[in-house]
Every structure is written in C-alpha cells, then in structure tokens.
Design a binder for this molecule. Structure first.
Ligand code: PMP
Length: 367
C-alpha cells in the first residue's frame, strides 16, 4: 500500500493514524460486534462517541459554556441561508465583507432569499489580493450581524485581523465567520464571535458534517416560520439529533480531535507546524521567477497556497508529472486555474518538502 501526498482543497487529507484507527475499529467497534456506521444514533455507545467528540472539540478551541456546538448536514453552503433565517427575525440586515468566491456565494444566497443585506466592504477592486483595511469596513445602521470568510479557500486570501462588528452608533452586533478552511489550524478566541461555522472536509473530518458554534443569545432570533431542521434553537435542544445525524463523520471528526490533542499537542503546536509549512512553500515560490503567488504578504493563507507558472502552457505537464511523483490534487480551482497546494493540518511537513523539491526540479528541467 502506498499513500501519496494529498494537497486537495477538500475533501482533504486525513491523518493516517486516524484512518488506521477507523480501520481497526471498522468491523467491531470496541468489542461491541458492530461498526459505528451500523449503530443507532440513540444508542449509549454512539451518544458516548458524540459527547466525547464535542468535548474534545470544545477543549481544543476553548469554547466558552455560553456557546452550543451543532453537528449538522448540508455543508457550509447550507449555512449561507440558515444564518439569515436564524438571525434576521428581529429585523435589520445582514452585513458582509466580501473577499472572494465563498463570500460571494454567501451573498448570492441571501439575495436569492430576498432578505436584506449590505456590503460593508469588499476586496473586489484589488482582485481579492488583499483584505480590505479594517477602517474600510462600514456597517449599515440597521446591521443585524457582520459576516466574513476568514480564509478564502480558492483565492488563498486570509484575514490577518478580526473585524470589529460595530455600527457607526457604537452598537455591537454579532460577528459571524465562515471558517471552513481555517478552523483548528491555530488557536482562536471564540468569545469574539457570535457564530462560527465550518464544513468538516478540510480540518475536521470527512465530508457530510458541518460544525456550527453559536452563542446562546443567537439561538432565538429566527424568522417565523422556519423549517425545524434549520432552527438553531431546536437543533441545540435536540443535541443535533432532530433527525439522524451523520454518525460516521461525527465519529471520525472525534478521532481527528483526539489526534490533534494527543499526537500534535493542541492548537498552539498545530499553528507552529502550519506556519513552518506555509513559510517554506511561500519562500520557495518567492525565491523563483518561475512560480508566483499574487496575495499581499500579510493576507497569504497558511492553508491554501495558489500559485501560477510563468508559462501556463506548462500547467498540464506540471500536474501530470506531480501526479506521477505522488503529489496529488495540485490543480487550482476550475474558476481560477493555475495550481493550488492546500496545506491543511493533516498535510505533513514531509509532504511540503517533497512538493518544494519537485517544484525546484521541474523548474530546472522546464524553466
Ligand atoms: N466556505 C468555504 C470557505 C469553503 O472553502 C467551502 C468549500 N470549499 C464552502 C464554504 C462550502 O462548503 P460545502 O461544500 O461544505 O458546502
């Protein structure tokens, strides 16, 4: 068996030790004679798995007691509509900072629902190569919350500050953040946010699960009526089991949280590793005239590193040779082209070293 280095933007690489543990427990979970996939979500065994998974997630991020963690389906994309449905019940508009394709999709969804929204700032004028300066974010007087995307997965653009969600009259409104591609990559002060959400398939676990961290006072601001499967309050009260949850993804996420705690040592350690990986790859890109990344240095994503070759005619050769060398999924998003190396938590430093060595070799032969 050979496992290649996987730079996929999502579903992304998972820690090998997690996959091995899942493999070992696949047919017979801890002597119960069945797999986790085959258990009732109401069984004591699964409830214990679910509770441990949540407890480890809370411990990793230091989530305060006045926040609920919801384990949902529908992807991060469903939150683009669940958020306004849950937060605009008392009137006002959703405010957005638009820094790339995922933020644009969140805006499109609220537009589709016909709900009030306001663009508080955008990086469109610089081609999403730098996030708007903090002072450029101006909330509408009726802002009910401010939404931003911490890390734009396609553009490789990351915030280097936490936006201040305050109207001009000084009223604070909840800060809502799409952290799909950066959650668990570094420590986080959850208390600065009203809601944080993330699709699982990057740093959390397999696809099919979405985590939402929601402050208690935001559970009860939904429009009426709202489908019960969309209502944060009802989901929280049912402990994310209004209906059958994605049990196996929840279990695997729990294994990833244990790996982060026990094998890595926590998010401080994880951030240091992620910083080293990103520094190495950006350093190699910057040291060459053959590769380029357009993002302003403070906003360069540690998780997703897009880059282009000086001659795009070589793109397909680069990808084919990388693939042959066991470096998988380096093709940039279909909307932007070029290359993208995603360096999520489970992508090892060895993988990054192998990529850099391949890039240098390719440049020497084809540059
Ligand atoms: N937001 C961001 C920042 C993402 O990277 C993605 C997926 N790549 C999404 C939202 C959408 O996630 P999902 O496919 O889980 O709906």
């Amino acid at each position: 068996m050979t496992r290649h280095y996987n730079f996929c933007a999502g579903p992304a690489a998972l820690p090998e030790s997690v996959l091995k543990r899942a493999q070992a427990e696949m047919l017979d979970y801890q002597g119960r004679g069945l797999s986790v996939m085959e258990m009732s979500h109401r069984s004591d065994d699964f409830i214990a798995i679910a509770e441990q998974s949540e407890a480890d997630f809370r411990a990793l991020l230091g989530i305060p007691d006045n926040y609920k963690v919801l384990f949902l389906q529908g992807g991060a994309s469903l939150q683009f509509s669940m958020l306004p449905m849950n937060l605009l019940g008392r009137g006002g508009s959703a405010n957005f900072v638009h820094t790339g394709i995922w933020g644009k999709k969140a805006l499109a969804e609220i537009n589709h629902l016909g709900l009030p929204h306001h663009l508080a700032a955008s990086s469109e004028s610089n081609g999403h190569t730098a996030v708007p300066p903090h002072e450029a974010i101006v909330l509408s007087d009726d802002a009910a919350y401010l939404h931003f995307t911490a890390n734009e997965t396609i553009g490789g653009l990351a915030f280097d500050y936490t936006p201040n969600a305050q109207r001009r009259d000084g009223t604070d409104v909840p800060l809502v953040c799409d952290m799909s591609s950066s959650i668990l990559s570094a420590p986080l002060d959850v208390s600065q946010y009203g809601i944080i959400y993330a699709g699982a398939q990057k740093n959390i676990g397999p696809a099919g699960l979405t985590l939402v961290i929601v402050r208690d006072d935001l559970l009860d601001q939904a429009q009426s009526p709202i489908p019960s499967l969309f209502h944060y309050r009802g989901i929280a009260e049912a402990k994310s089991m209004v209906n059958t949850p994605p049990t196996y993804a929840w279990y695997l996420a729990g294994l990833v949280f244990q790996w982060l705690k026990d094998d890595i040592g926590g998010l401080v350690e994880m951030e240091a590793i992620n910083q080293r990986k990103a520094d190495k790859l950006y350093g190699a890109i910057d040291a060459s005239d053959f590769y380029a990344n357009p993002i302003a240095t403070p906003n360069r994503s540690r998780m997703n590193v897009p880059f282009v070759l000086a001659d795009s005619a070589l793109d397909s050769a680069f990808l084919a040779e990388a693939d042959n060398a066991g470096l998988l999924n380096l093709k940039g998003h279909r909307s932007v082209g070029g290359m993208r190396a995603s360096l999520y938590n489970a992508v090892s430093e060895d993988a990054v070293d192998a990529l850099i060595a391949f890039m240098a070799d390719f440049e020497q032969r084809r540059g």
